[in-house]
Design a protein. Structure first.
Lengths: 154, 95
C-alpha cells in the first residue's frame, strides 16, 4: 500500500508544538479532525484508543521515529498523517531517544490486511536513512508530501 | 567447527497477522538469544531481532516463513520462537 493510499496530505504537520506523548497524539488527531478526515465526535475516543495501545508498549521504535496507531470503527479506510517535531517529543521509545518523526495510523478493525500493508510500507521506507533524514529536516508540509510521493513512485 | 544452524517453517496463525505488537513480541523474544535470528519469506530475508524489519514482511494470517537461527543457542531459539508464532501471540491484544 502506497503512502498516497492512506496519508492524508492536508493533515501533515511540520513543527509540532507538543513535547509530551498524549499532547502530540492529540495534536496529530486534531489536525485530522480539522481537515475533515476524522469526526469531531470520535476524537476523544480515538485519542484514548491510541494511548491505550501505547500502554502495551511504546510505538517509538527508535532512531527518533514513532508509529502511534489504533484500529477504530469510525474510519472506513486506513487514515494516516505525518508529523515532524523539531524539538523532539518524550515518547518512552525503545532506545530512549526523543521522537522527531511521527507516522500516525488509524485502521478499520475489519481490514487487518490493509493495516499490515500500510505498516509494511511505512517500515520499508523508514529503513532508508536518507528517507528519514529528509523527512526530519523538512520545513513545510509540501516538503513531506514531495518525499512521500518520491517514495511512492520509486 | 561448523556453525550451529537450525531452521523450521512457521505459519502466522493469528487473524491480525504480524502487525506491530506481535512483531515487537517476536523481536523481544529473539533478542534473548545470542544466535542470529532470521525470517525468510519468499525472497525477503530479514533480521528477526528488528521490529521494523519484521514489519516489512507484511505477513498476514496464513503466511509461511522459514525461521532460521545461527549460533550457540540456535536449537533453543528456533524452538521458543516457533512456539511463540504458533501460539498466535496471546499477549498481542490490540494494535
Amino acid at each position: 500500500m502506497k503512502f498516497r493510499n492512506f496519508v492524508k496530505t492536508e493533515a501533515i504537520k511540520v513543527g509540532l508544538v507538543s513535547t509530551e506523548k498524549e499532547a502530540v497524539v492529540r495534536e496529530l488527531i486534531e489536525n485530522l479532525v480539522a481537515t475533515g478526515q476524522l469526526q469531531e465526535a470520535e476524537k476523544e475516543n480515538i485519542i484514548q484508543a491510541i494511548m491505550k495501545r501505547e500502554e502495551l508498549g511504546s510505538t517509538g521504535i527508535g532512531r527518533g521515529i514513532a508509529v502511534p496507531h489504533t484500529k477504530h470503527a469510525s474510519v472506513s479506510e486506513p487514515t494516516g498523517t505525518v508529523g515532524v517535531s523539531h524539538t523532539g517529543v518524550e515518547f518512552q521509545s525503545l532506545d530512549g531517544e526523543k521522537v522527531h518523526l511521527f507516522f500516525l495510523l488509524i485502521s478499520p478493525p475489519d481490514r487487518p490486511g490493509d493495516h499490515l500493508r500500510a505498516l509494511e510500507n511505512i517500515s520499508k521506507q523508514l529503513q532508508d536513512d536518507m528517507f528519514c533524514r529528509f523527512l526530519k529536516q523538512s520545513k513545510t508540509a509540501e516538503d513531506i508530501q514531495q518525499v512521500l510521493e518520491e517514495a511512492d513512485n520509486a | 567447527m561448523s556453525e550451529n544452524k537450525h531452521s523450521v517453517t512457521v505459519t502466522v496463525c493469528n487473524p491480525q497477522g504480524l502487525h506491530m505488537r506481535p512483531a515487537y513480541l517476536f523481536a523481544e523474544a529473539a533478542a534473548k538469544f545470542s544466535s542470529q535470528i532470521e525470517l525468510v519469506k519468499d525472497d525477503l530475508r530479514i533480521d528477526g531481532k528488528s521490529v521494523l524489519s519484521i514489519l516489512t514482511l507484511g505477513a498476514t494470517q496464513g503466511t509461511q516463513m522459514a525461521l532460521e537461527a545461527t549460533g550457540p543457542d540456535a536449537v533453543d531459539a528456533v524452538k521458543v520462537l516457533a512456539e511463540l508464532v504458533a501460539s498466535g501471540f496471546p499477549r498481542e491484544s490490540d494494535g
